[in-house]
Design a protein around this ligand. Structure first.
Ligand code: MN
Ligand code: MN
Length: 321
């Protein structure tokens, strides 16, 4: 998914894609591809994520969200916490999901590395799902038709899609801008179409399990909801944490690993974040696991629709950074 420049049906741009988005796309794609070298049996997930997050910075962007490393039956939203880590096992199916952000413009992309031969077909099915979606992409395409293309490609390879995980539109400083792009023929998506000027991600998840995910009790990713009136009701630590989050991450997802360690003990920080989530000031992203403990693969690109075509933001050749 990473080679060459592919502009689907793209002749000239009537609605110009923002420069910051294109640059974020090149950086996210490069870091995603570099992650393949780091995913080895015995590797620490924390080291992999910290490496990828610092590469994003070195290349001139910021992480749009914490590096997600979700292994085997863990489908999404795992990143190492302040105290917890994971180690890559020899037969693991490792999903790396990274985002680069420049002035609020976000490129979101994911790849799956299978260390087990047995699951190469599952990984291929998620890639085929994404390719199938790309073949139907054009401005004005129904979201239903995108989902239908993904689902048929995945089913033809003998796997299920995860129905309650989807692609999404993206706005400035907002990773999920409110419209979901289904990975199956979802009748609820019949009316809606891709409009010119839209930034969006498509991300088929494939599985050997039941085809849906459930929330686990682990939460290592949060985001500020933007809902205020908070100062009056918060304790001293919660207020300090919120000041830091608002200035550093705005409404983008972050992980407790990114907070200065002198803010409080891991326990204090974790309970403060839980309280902030309970009050609706932070949104919590629990780790999502496959309901039947099936193995999960994922492929993802970010796109930009012009009036005349769709640009693959995270798969372009643009050596100058
Ligand atoms: Mn992603
Ligand atoms: Mn995404």
């Amino acid at each position: 998914m990473s080679s060459g420049s592919r502009n689907l049906g793209f002749r000239y741009c009537v609605v110009e894609p923002p420069e910051q988005l294109l640059k974020a796309g090149v950086i996210a794609a490069r870091v995603r591809d570099e992650s393949r070298e780091l995913v080895r049996s015995g590797a620490s997930c924390r080291e992999i994520c910290e490496k990828l997050e610092s590469r994003i910075v070195e290349l001139g962007a910021s992480p749009a969200f914490p590096c997600n490393i979700s292994i085997s039956h863990i489908a999404a939203h795992y990143t190492p916490g302040i105290r917890d880590d994971c180690v890559v096992g020899e037969d693991d199916v490792v999903k790396i999901d990274v985002g680069a952000e420049i002035e609020g413009y976000i490129a979101d992309t994911a790849v799956t590395v299978s260390l087990s031969e047995k699951h190469l077909g599952l990984v291929e099915a998620s890639r085929a799902g994404l390719e199938a979606a790309m073949r139907v992409l054009k401005p004005g395409v129904r979201l239903y038709d995108i989902g239908k293309a993904v689902e048929s490609a995945v089913r033809a390879r003998g796997f299920k899609v995860i129905k309650n995980l989807s692609g999404h539109t993206i706005d400035r400083y907002t990773i999920h801008a409110g419209i979901s792009i289904p990975n199956y023929a979802d009748r609820a998506a019949w009316i809606r179409r891709i409009q010119p000027g839209t930034i969006f991600a498509i991300e088929p998840f494939t599985t050997t399990g039941r085809g849906y995910v459930v929330e686990s009790s682990t939460v290592n990713i949060y985001a500020y909801t933007g809902k205020g009136a908070r100062k009056a009701v918060l304790g001293e630590l919660e207020s300090r944490i919120m000041d830091y989050i608002e200035s550093k991450f705005k409404t983008l997802p972050f992980t407790p690993r990114w907070l200065p360690s002198n803010m409080g003990s891991p326990n204090e920080i974790e309970s403060a974040l839980k309280l902030l989530a309970k009050r609706g000031i932070l949104h919590a992203y629990p780790v999502l696991v496959e309901a039947g403990r099936g193995v999960v693969a994922q492929s993802e690109h970010t796109f930009y629709a012009t009036k005349s075509g769709v640009i693959v933001v995270t798969d372009r050749e643009q050596p100058e950074l």
